[in-house]
Design a protein around this ligand. Structure first.
Ligand SMILES: NC(=[NH2+])NCCC[C@H](N)C(=O)O
Length: 304
């Protein structure tokens, strides 16, 4: 049996699910897109090629190998986009939550059965149907859990709004001893520069006390300021609209000292090194075209 353990975003990683770009399917039609950045590339004829994305994910797997992390891959389903393992499930402490994801993406969950079979069934939890929640919006931080959400009355008009009010209440009930703090995120179905698809598209803790943050991703000023206060203004790396579009906040921590980042994120990688981090740079610009990056492609199972 596998003992799940996730308390934060940066503890030393021991086991992870890494998505796969194999049999990703044909280029979707504009109507099939469920995020504005994919839509942009579908319309421009620059949608990423499977072979290029496979290479990028191989480079990511190599880094895990280098650090001795146990890596699970989903079973490859035919013509199914399984890159973003983050959203289909998430682990908090010793429980794995089966996300109530966008119906277009539901098939992806069954493909992680190799991992599910190793987990005590009592530790696998499926929230009730009315709870919409995806792992990209959920971030445990020791005695806190941060959740990205969208609760305005036009929620159902946004295919980019994936985590609802019921989800915040559900997580609160599950973890009564933790502070569950929610953040209203800016949503756009058509403009990727005005869309924080998930919380990890505008915010990401790094190390023990630092964070990458994008102000415009948040709809409520006080909620953004809560995070600035939580980490302290000097510990925040604020990114602009263009950097958020490139997904600067979607890097991935292997430990409090080691961050995997995209090789073109010059300003961020420089800052990280200045702060004493080891930065493992890999190419991930093709996958970035689908509005997800490194954190989105992983689903951590065990951190120490
Ligand atoms: N955790 C994330 N930010 N995941 C990104 C998922 C991107 C994917 N195109 C979607 O719209 O579902």
């Amino acid at each position: 049996m596998m003992q799940l353990n996730i308390k934060d975003e940066t503890g030393p990683l021991r086991a992870v699910i890494l998505g796969t770009a194999k049999s990703n399917g044909p280029v979707p039609s504009p109507e099939e897109a469920y995020d504005p950045k994919s839509l942009e590339h579908i319309l421009a004829g620059s949608y990423p090629k499977e072979e290029d994305m496979i290479k990028e994910m191989d480079a990511f797997a190599q880094v895990f190998h280098k650090y001795g992390v146990q890596v699970f891959r989903p079973e490859v389903l035919e013509d199914c986009n399984q890159i973003f393992a983050r959203d289909i499930a998430f682990v908090i402490e010793d429980k794995l939550f089966h996300a109530n994801i966008l119906p277009d993406r539901e098939r992806e969950f069954e493909a992680i059965h190799e991992v599910l079979d190793r987990i005590d069934p009592n530790k696998i939890i499926r929230p009730p149907e009315e709870v919409h929640i995806e792992g990209g919006d959920v971030m445990p931080s020791n005695d806190h859990i941060f959740i990205g959400t969208y609760t305005a009355p036009d929620y159902k008009n946004y295919i980019t709004a994936r985590t609802n009010r019921e989800a915040v209440e559900f997580i609160r009930d599950m973890f009564p001893h933790k502070t569950v703090k929610s953040f209203e995120l800016r949503k756009s179905n058509t403009n990727p520069k005005e869309n924080a698809l998930h919380l990890d598209c505008c915010f990401q803790p790094v190390g023990k006390d630092k964070a990458i943050l994008h102000k415009n991703g948040f709809l409520v000023k006080e909620e953004y300021e809560y995070l600035v206060d939580y980490f302290g203004p000097d510990n925040i790396f604020e990114i602009d609209k263009e950097e958020m579009y490139q997904m600067f906040s979607n890097v991935f921590s292997i430990s409090p000292e080691v961050v995997v980042s995209e090789r073109n994120f010059t300003r961020l990688n420089h800052w990280l090194r200045d702060q004493g981090f080891t930065v493992e740079e890999i190419p991930y610009a093709e996958i970035a075209k689908q509005e997800g990056l490194l954190r989105c492609s992983t689903m951590p199972l065990i951190r120490e």
